[in-house]
Design a protein around this ligand. Structure first.
Ligand SMILES: [Zn+2]
Length: 328
């Protein structure tokens, strides 16, 4: 890792399907200011989204009293498949984009270098630098949200594979002939245990019998989606449908984790995303138990840590800033 002047300042952006966070960060990782914005209105229009990213960075800079032109680099982590060399978001179903040349457009707008990677890759960079994966050489990140994203750290570096597409952990098939996935195939981990999958299962069980408290809570607080806060409120009410669906999702993620541990032999698996951050070990604990059951080497129970991310929703923006620092 090249050492940078510690006075240099970077911006990092975590760009998700529902919202983005832009943070202004020192080379050592101190967040000077951050801003959030909804990405709902720019879904399907990457050019409008680039304007919004630039605007959000500028607002965060203003809050931090930093002139945007003096930034030493900008990093963007986008929810989707990314070509990091060309700086293009190749396919991002949750953002409604394909072949979006985000790096070039944003760099032209801000007049600074921009670097792009996948959102979970940058979250893993953040967790590796300052969070749950600090000091680890071999780690796996699994982020559960609208979909399931992943990142793999091998010998202290992100693993990209031969074409840059490694880490599609959410599309590992867990159940042959299982539910249809956003990728068009069946039975991927994402189709069984993303927040979207959990909502589908809660709705299906509610139609078949007693109505889930989660649906009532969504009505009450005016949400159209089963967010992590809705899931938590339903758990607080011991809603049997949500508890059943959650347990099924945790089992599928546990199987996913054991497959990854058996193949990659990491020291650590970090589980993140809104639901993991909100529920903590209530979410990760059962995943850990199911994962342990699937370990080929049962002695690894003692040594493989399966933990919740510790940087919360700042992991992505922080990691994106570090990516810009290390690639500038
Ligand atoms: Zn899939």
């Amino acid at each position: 890792m090249p050492r940078k002047d510690s006075n240099e300042i970077y911006a990092g952006v975590d760009l998700g399907g529902t919202s983005m966070i832009a943070a202004v960060v020192t080379a050592k990782g101190r967040i000077l200011a951050s801003r959030e914005a909804s990405t709902e209105a720019v879904k399907g229009d990457w050019a409008a989204a680039v304007d919004q990213i630039a605007d959000t960075i500028q607002k965060a800079c203003r809050k931090a009293r930093v002139r945007p032109a003096t930034l030493s680099g900008v990093g963007v982590g986008a929810a989707g498949a990314v070509d990091i060399v060309k700086g293009v978001v190749v396919s991002a179903p949750n953002l409604g984009w394909s072949d979006a040349p985000v790096t070039r457009a944003l760099s032209r707008k801000l007049g600074v270098d921009v670097h792009l990677d996948n959102d979970v890759h940058v979250a893993l960079i953040g967790e590796h630098a300052l969070g749950a994966a600090r000091g680890a050489k071999n780690a796996v990140a699994i982020w559960v949200g609208t979909g399931i994203g992943g990142g793999i750290l091998v010998d202290g570096r992100l693993h990209y594979g031969s074409r840059g597409s490694a880490g599609e952990i959410g599309h590992m098939v867990i159940q042959v002939d299982g539910p249809i996935c956003g990728c068009g195939r069946r039975g991927c981990a994402e189709s069984l245990s993303s927040r979207t999958a959990m909502e589908r299962d809660v709705r299906a069980l509610s139609e078949a019998g007693q109505r889930s408290a989660a649906l009532r809570i969504m009505d009450e607080i005016g949400k159209t989606r089963m967010t992590s806060s809705v899931i938590q409120k339903a758990i607080d009410e011991t809603d049997p449908i949500v508890l059943q669906v959650l347990a099924r999702a945790q089992k599928a993620i546990g199987v996913l984790v054991s497959n990854l541990v058996n193949v990659l032999d990491p020291e650590l698996v970090v589980i993140g995303g809104g639901i993991a951050e909100r529920l903590g070990d209530l979410f990760v604990g059962p995943i850990r138990q199911f994962a342990y059951e699937g370990f080929i080497r049962q002695s690894d129970r003692e040594t493989v840590r399966i933990v919740t991310s510790t940087l919360g929703d700042r992991a992505g923006a922080l990691g994106a800033a570090f990516m810009a620092r290390d690639r500038s």
